[in-house]
Design a protein. Structure first.
Length: 249
C-alpha cells in the first residue's frame, strides 16, 4: 500500500493507492498529525509520498518515523519538468507544490487539452496549461474567506457575519454586501482568466478544485451565457492534487 499525503496549512488529507486506484480521502487537523497517529494508521504502508505547504516540522516528524519503521518516504517539490509538463517559472521551485501537482494531475487526466485550472482554497489560484504540456503561468488571489477577513480586519466600522451560501446579488445589509462581493470578485477574476487564456489558445476545459471549488463551479456554469464556453467544459474535481501525487508513485 502506498500513501499519498497532502499537508495543508491547517489540515492534512491523504489517500491510499492500491492497485493503481485511489481510496476515499481521509482528513485530520494538523495538531493530530503525530507519531502516535502514524503508528495507528500508517504502519501497513510500503511507501509514503507527501506534499507539504505547512511547517517543515510536520514533514520531518513523518520522515523520522518512516526511517524508524523502514518505510520508504518521499517529499515532492516543484520542478522545471516532470514527464511532459514544463513549468513557466524561471525559478521552478518557487511555484507552489499544490499548483504543480494540479498541473501534473491535469496532464494525467486530459493529456491533449488546453486546460484552465482554478484551485479555490486559502488562496484562489489560476493556471493555464497548453496541450503540449507547457505551463502558461497564472494568478494568485486571496481566497473567498481571506477576502472576507481582510475587509473586516482593515475596516473599523464594517461589521459583517460570514455566510456559507454564495450569492452575487446586490446586498441590502453589510453582511450581504461583503459576502456577495467576495464571491463576485472571485468569479470576476475567473472570467477574466478565461478571457486571458483564450487569447493564448482555445480553452478546451476548465477544472475547479479546492474547498470553494464546487460553489464556484455552480456560479460559473450559471454565467456561461456570457462567454463562448459550454457547460460540459466546466467541471469540479475534488482532491485533484492526489492525481498529481500519483505521478510520483
Amino acid at each position: 500500500m502506498i500513501l499519498l499525503i497532502d499537508i495543508g496549512n491547517s489540515r492534512t488529507k491523504y489517500v491510499q493507492l492500491i492497485d493503481g486506484k485511489l481510496s476515499a480521502t481521509i482528513q485530520l487537523n494538523n495538531n493530530d498529525f503525530t507519531a502516535a497517529y502514524f503508528e495507528r494508521n500508517f504502519s501497513q504502508a510500503s511507501r509514503i509520498i507527501i506534499a507539504n505547504v505547512a511547517k517543515s516540522a510536520l514533514a520531518n516528524e513523518l520522515d523520522n518515523w518512516c526511517v524508524a519503521q523502514k518505510i520508504s518516504f518521499k517529499q515532492v517539490y516543484s520542478e522545471q519538468q516532470k514527464n511532459s509538463l514544463i513549468s513557466a517559472y524561471q525559478k521552478p521551485t518557487t511555484l507552489g507544490i499544490d499548483r504543480w501537482l494540479a498541473l501534473l494531475a491535469t496532464i494525467r487526466l486530459y493529456p491533449k487539452e488546453n486546460v484552465l485550472i482554478i484551485d479555490a482554497g486559502t488562496a484562489t489560484t489560476v493556471d493555464f496549461l497548453k496541450n503540449n504540456g507547457q505551463h502558461q503561468g497564472g494568478w494568485i488571489l486571496a481566497g473567498v474567506k481571506a477576502l472576507f477577513n481582510s475587509i473586516l480586519s482593515h475596516s473599523t466600522l464594517v461589521h459583517a457575519e460570514s455566510k456559507t451560501v454564495a450569492n452575487l446579488a446586490f446586498g441590502t445589509n453589510t453582511s450581504d454586501n461583503v459576502n456577495n462581493a467576495c464571491w463576485a470578485a472571485t468569479l470576476g477574476m475567473i472570467e477574466q482568466a478565461i478571457e486571458q487564456a483564450q487569447q493564448l489558445d482555445d480553452v478546451d476545459r476548465i477544472i475547479l478544485t479546492g474547498g470553494d471549488g464546487k460553489t464556484l463551479t455552480k456560479l460559473l456554469v450559471e454565467q456561461t451565457s456570457s462567454n463562448s464556453l459550454s457547460v460540459d467544459s466546466i467541471q469540479f474535481i475534488d482532491n485533484l492534487i492526489f492525481f498529481g501525487l500519483q505521478e510520483y508513485a
